[in-house]
Design a protein around this ligand. Structure first.
Ligand code: NAD
Length: 257
């Protein structure tokens, strides 16, 4: 079984890891549905470019992953969902006692609760099609913690738990559910953390990358969006049919420390 002709819905995929996974799945022949909360010409052009480059059907569907009804509507509008990649995510870095409650709620909604809604909407489609893959993009922060990332670490540990439950509920069906746990990948989400950290510690950009971000990543290299796409593609392969309810770290050794 390959992903050729299957439909993959990737939440939060107009940039970064989501876009990397969409491109990799499209290159392997899957029809892809891109998503974010915006609805710009660039968003639709991105889908058109993937379609042109790979020959698959690629669509962009706007839906705000902080809203449960819109999460479910995304899957309904896709019409089919053989591969669900729950990737949409945001970050906010701040000590717990100063952490804005609104930011906490938004991170839990987008990084965790959205996956509950999309999975609930997609499983009946996968069952009907007789095959399915749920791939949740967690993080090294789904397995370990860092200070000042309370909501993010809570959401990512939560999505690892949701992954296990999804796997158990589908264990006797041709459906698997797994979480990919990236270490640092240089995407807009990570790029946005650099200026604050530079200011906070009075460091250069290079030092923030080496001494703060990659400090816990033993390889001292960022992981790449292409590697995330390749891992997602592997999870869709027959070789991965008995891999379910687990986490796959792509973190340069972070969680081995
Ligand atoms: P990114 O900012 O490039 O991408 C995040 C995506 O989510 C974007 O497409 C954005 O538009 C979308 N998004 C944000 N809010 C949304 C909403 N309300 N509704 C729909 N879409 C929304 O960041 P990224 O680094 O590619 O992150 C993707 C995922 O990977 C996240 O879940 C993140 O936590 C996880 N992750 C990233 C890293 C890293 O180092 N970059 C490491 C571990 C895990």
């Amino acid at each position: 079984m390959s992903v050729k002709g299957k439909t993959a819905v990737i939440t939060g995929s107009n940039s970064g890891i989501g876009l990397g996974i969409a491109q990799e799945l499209a290159r392997a022949g899957a029809n892809v549905v891109l998503n974010s909360f915006t609805d710009s010409k660039e968003d639709h052009a991105l889908a058109a470019r993937i379609a042109q480059e790979t020959g698959v059907e690629a669509r962009y569907i706007q839906a705000d992953m902080s809203n449960g009804e819109q999460c479910r509507a995304l899957i309904e509008k896709a019409g089919r969902c053989d591969v669900l990649v729950n990737n949409a995510g945001i970050q906010h870095v701040c000590p717990i006692d100063e952490f804005p409650a609104g930011k906490w709620d938004a991170i839990i909604a987008i990084n965790l609760t959205s996956a509950f809604h999309t999975t609930a909407a997609a499983l009946p489609m996968m069952r009907k099609a007789g095959w399915g893959r749920v791939i949740n993009i967690a993080s090294a922060h789904g397995l370990t913690a860092s200070p000042y990332k309370s909501a993010y670490v809570a959401a990512k540990h939560g999505i690892v738990g949701l992954t296990k439950v999804t796997a158990l509920e589908t264990a006797q069906e041709p459906i698997t559910a797994n979480a990919i746990c990236p270490g640092y990948v240089l995407t807009p989400l990570v790029e946005a953390q650099i200026p604050d950290t530079m200011e906070k510690y009075g460091m250069s950009r290079e030092d923030v990358i080496k001494k703060v971000m990659l400090e816990r990543q033993p390889s001292k290299e960022f992981a790449t969006t292409e590697q995330m796409g390749g891992t997602a593609l592997f999870l869709c392969s027959d070789a991965a049919a008995q891999i379910t309810g687990t986490t796959i770290s792509v973190d340069g050794g972070w969680t081995a420390l």
